[in-house]
Design a protein around this ligand. Sequence first.
Ligand code: NAG
Ligand code: NAG
Ligand code: NAG
Ligand code: NAG
Ligand code: NAG
Length: 564
Amino acid sequence: MWFLWLICLLLPTLISGEEEIRPAQPNIIFILADDLGFNDVGFHGSAEIPTPNIDALAYSGIILNRYYVAPICTPSRSALMTGKYPIHTGMQHTVLYAAEPRGLPLEEKILPQYLNELGYTSHIAGKWHLGHWKLKYTPLHRGFSSHVGFWSGHQDYNDHTAVENNQWGLDMRNGTQVAYDLHGHYTTDVITDHSVKVIASHNATKGPLFLYVAHAACHSSNPYNPLPVPDNDVLKMSHIPHYKRRKFAAMVSKMDDSVGQIVDQLRKSNMLENSIIIFSSDNGGPAQGFNLNFASNYPLKGVKNTLWEGGVRAAGLMWSPLLKKSQRVSNQTMHIIDWLPTLLEAAGGPPAVANLNQQIDGQSIWRALVQDKASPRLNVLHNIDDIWGSAALSVGDWKLVKGTNYRGSWDGWYGPAGERDPRQYDWQLVAKSRVGKALDALKMLPSRADQQRIRAAATVTCPAQSSQGTSCLATAFSAPCLFHIRDDPCEQYNLAKQYPEVVNALMTELERFNATAVPPSNKPADPRADPRFWNYTWTNFGDYQNTRNDLDTLSGDITLAKTV
Ligand SMILES: *[C@@H]1O[C@H](CO)[C@@H](O)[C@H](O)[C@H]1NC(C)=O
Ligand SMILES: *[C@@H]1O[C@H](CO)[C@@H](O)[C@H](O)[C@H]1NC(C)=O
Ligand SMILES: *[C@@H]1O[C@H](CO)[C@@H](O)[C@H](O)[C@H]1NC(C)=O
Ligand SMILES: *[C@@H]1O[C@H](CO)[C@@H](O)[C@H](O)[C@H]1NC(C)=O
Ligand SMILES: *[C@@H]1O[C@H](CO)[C@@H](O)[C@H](O)[C@H]1NC(C)=O
């Protein structure tokens, strides 16, 4: 059996005459931005926020222009870690709140665990947001060797406290210990410093590195100070008229600088040439005050936590010298669930993914990306949320959107458009950035003319008018709307009336997915989680045995017995 399988595996390679050269396994650096909009990076056409380091990676790698994620944090991170749609892990409905006694199910094997089996050492810097009520849900118990960062969904960037439901607590950890000493260190810098340290101390003779850099940026902080960022950085964005957008831009710029420092350390450690770097947002941007934030998905429709393109089509790129056809804009369809098998194939070749497809939803896009072939992904389930009454699915260029969130109040197009005139974009910054210089030394940075061509190709524009279609007036549980995403990326023209047979086919596909869904795992807040019981920290409250008396005593020291 084993032998036959091996022959099947080798046959296509032998026939096509391609040599399967396996160099040393690549280091994998996955940089996940939080709440970054489609239009908040320079490579997509916004000249408003300078992101020269990210742009340099984009122009010399592959810009993923047809790349989808889940519409909000926890579902997206669960999909990245498991290779499964959130409807298959119970993570499909909103986020995990810090007081909830739940987490990503422990039966799920996650990305670092798979990679460790292939010889990798895995580390995480930054946000987890997949459960912490018991220690066994936290990163060090799920394949990561170190973690400096936080367990919940957001925090203040200076004092690292998180406010949820009027409960206030510190959420910053070094490993499993509360990191009181990091007070006052800006979160983006804490994450960068740990990332740089992990790379600098990596010993390549002990195998390759997987580093998951999960930035807090540019998620908003607590309501009393939603966009904390040093004044000096805000001053550099003085060309942006709206003050809150200016602060948001400064937060993005700090993150761009972090990408520069990480790539520079890879260069110094002689690891860059054998690395795969991914940069991705976790979901669409919260625009115009959504979550008290000021991202932009322009010209895409909707915001974070909606199923419109602005909520699920993410800014993303992949960079690696292993990509034979890079310096291009890819329209290969990809979903965040595909990273797990894609990276496993990059790390371990076809055998590493041979039996995975019965267990996960993701598909390896590795060969398609390396060789610029058609993506094997034909459909994308954006989500099914029966609590809110919304669902969306893409099949090829068609997209079905059924129902909506927020009673339709975030179903518009939100600015700022940014300055989209390419002449306003400062091309010199790209070459002068840390990443630009590192890639130039590797002779991987394309010429200015090629950069301009790539950036133009990555810019999405809306057709001004269409002879067909009506606007989609979606309400929760309403009749589905249909869009042709290639012709109408901005979802302006609902074609449901014109193409009823397409609507039916996509509804059938949606029902097929729905039949496989597990119930959402959301739980009411556990009163034991209140940070007041834990020296004002968010903690793994589920590992301790509280008594009712403890809960009634809201002040003073409480001695808590550990549960077995
Ligand atoms: C985390 O703890 C380790 C081990 O005690 C220590 O070496 C390291 O400096 C700490 N990191 C931070 C960011 O405090
Ligand atoms: C790396 O690991 C190898 C094998 O364990 C060891 O011999 C070597 O001294 C290590 N190098 C550094 C710089 O720690
Ligand atoms: C993708 O790009 C290729 C080459 O540029 C083009 O031929 C193809 O039609 C595009 N497909 C889609 C779905 O946009
Ligand atoms: C999914 O199935 C459940 C029950 O089986 C049903 O209540 C719900 O409406 C379905 N959702 C969609 C989007 O079809
Ligand atoms: C409680 O928190 C304070 C900081 O707010 C810290 O200095 C102190 O060490 C903590 N106490 C314990 C027992 O962890």
